[in-house]
Write a protein that binds this ligand. Structure first.
Ligand code: GLU
Length: 491
């Protein structure tokens, strides 16, 4: 058996969405699992829908996810070029071959004529399909059309009878009646190929053995199979990956939040987490309880027979949870590096400044690591390390500041903390335990208002971690500010 070859073939009409990323991922897994090759092809023949830097950004996203392609744009390869806009001659050549064999023909129908046909079908409540009007044109009308200077497209002559059966590796057999499939256009009147034709020519010439793509293309597959037969090209195997639905089982759209890999990156999701999460949308590893897996592990375990044939439901909470797990596992140095852009864009500090206070930054990051779900959220939640709170959480104020004894208690905290000879986490902890005992109150009565005073919020790392990272002077200064605030408002 020859080498296994798969491809990911995005149309550069926007960003790389999570659906596309998952299709790319399954292709990547499938290729790497068998030592095959993962090809990237850019399907940019639809000039009107193509967006200028889209292909570059999609490639950027793929690389960021760790899905490097073995052949394709930038890296090249023996079956290039890998951009459809650079393969025009090939499509023209094979369209001509089909015409020479009588398997394709010129269609002179004008857009108005075709629209009238569709309208008729609508009125008759039938599915609109091409009537086959130009199928058997004789020389006379052809000459007439040519003289009129009519533009023509090339249509493929589809079989009239029988069935085309897609033997799908995920969905099993899916059968299509040939009479339902009208002669379809393979080359448009502007000389550009349609998707179905360019896709077949390329998959064939690029030696693709397995076509793994989104479910929405299944109705294209019988058309493509007809073309393979007509071209006498070896047929690849097909696998259609089920859709990803929103939590309410509707089609995923903007209103369901972030959709593109770039958006997830900008929100502080780690590529490892996205890859892991997307893999589990539709694929189940042999040990179904296993959730956290590296790219290498997934490559090792991946098997198409364990890809579900039903739609997967996307759940951002699960993704965030998983992202948190990956953040937790990161080496602090690595986490610091990845966090810096988010600290910068939150306006909290700069790379240079953080480099000068590296040890301090490491301590601060470590206190946040356990609970963080995304890097963006982590940066926002650690703002208090960089500047004193500008305000105090309202509910927190009612609960922890608004009682008559609080200012006095915080003054006592300041007193004991000021006297501490060395500023360690344990010493701060002990000082609070002793003070609570002396006052005959629970530690919480000291801890909650102190936390609010230091951070302005009611959640976050352990209080003594915060104190330690802020340092003695800053801790005392913030406590004094809070004491002033409480006296102004509640005494
Ligand atoms: N360019 C098509 C798309 O982005 C590719 C479909 C295929 O994989 O055949 O949907």
């Amino acid at each position: 058996m020859g080498e296994l070859r798969v491809r990911f073939a995005p149309s550069p009409t926007g960003y790389l969405h999570i659906g596309g990323a998952r299709t790319a991922l399954f292709n990547y897994f499938f290729a790497k699992h068998s030592g095959g090759r993962f090809v990237l092809r850019i399907e940019d023949t639809d000039v009107e829908r193509t967006i200028e830097d889209s292909a570059d950004r999609m490639m950027e996203s793929l690389k960021w996810l760790g899905l490097e392609w073995d052949e394709g744009p930038v890296v090249g390869g023996p079956a290039g070029p890998y951009q459809q806009s650079q393969r025009q001659e090939l499509y023209q050549k094979y369209a001509q071959t089909l015409m020479d064999k009588g398997l394709a023909y010129k269609c002179y129908c004008t857009p108005e004529e075709l629209e009238a046909e569709r309208e008729q079908a609508r009125l008759a409540k039938k599915a609109p399909r091409y009537s086959g009007r130009c199928r058997n044109l004789t020389q006379d009308p052809i000459r007439k059309f040519e003289e009129e200077g009519r533009r023509w497209a090339i249509r493929f002559r589809t079989p009239d009878e029988g069935y085309t059966v897609v033997d799908d590796l995920i969905r099993g057999e899916v059968s299509f009646a040939n009479e339902e499939i009208a002669d379809f256009i393979i080359m448009k009147s502007d000389g550009l190929p349609t998707y179905n034709f360019a896709c077949v020519i390329d998959d064939w010439l690029m030696g693709i053995t397995h076509v793994l793509r989104a479910d929405e293309h299944i109705s294209n597959t019988p058309r493509q199979m007809m073309l393979y037969r007509a071209l006498m090209a070896p047929m690849p195997k097909f696998a259609h990956v089920p859709m990803i639905l929103a939590p309410d089982r509707s089609k995923l759209s903007k209103r369901h939040g972030a959709q593109t890999v770039e958006e997830f990156r900008d929100k502080g999701y780690l590529p490892e987490a996205i890859v892991n999460y997307l893999a589990l949308l539709g694929w189940t590893p042999p040990d179904a309880t296993q959730e956290l897996m590296s790219l290498e592990e997934m490559v090792e375990l991946f098997d198409l027979s364990r890809v579900s044939s039903t739609a997967a439901v996307y759940d951002v909470k699960k993704l965030s949870w998983m992202n948190g797990q990956y953040i937790k596992q990161l080496d602090p140095e690595e986490l610091m590096e990845r966090l810096i852009p988010f600290i910068e864009s939150a306006g909290l500090s700069t790379r240079e400044h953080l480099a000068e206070r590296k040890d301090w930054f490491r301590e601060a990051v470590i206190t946040m690591q356990e609970r963080a779900r995304t890097l963006e959220e982590m940066a926002e939640n650690m703002a208090f390390y960089f500047r004193p709170p500008e305000s105090y959480d309202e509910k927190g104020v009612k609960k922890h500041f608004a009682q008559p004894e609080v200012a006095g208690l915080l003054e006592k905290c300041v007193e004991v903390l000021s006297r501490m000879p060395e500023w360690t986490l344990e010493a701060c902890d002990r000082a609070y335990t002793d003070l609570a005992q002396r006052e005959g109150i629970s530690r919480g009565k000291l801890i909650h208002p102190t936390r609010l005073a230091l951070s302005g919020i009611t959640f976050g790392p352990g209080l003594f971690d915060i104190m330690y990272v802020l340092g003695k002077d800053e801790t005392i200064s913030r406590l004094n500010t809070a004491i002033g605030f409480i006296k102004d408002n509640f005494e």
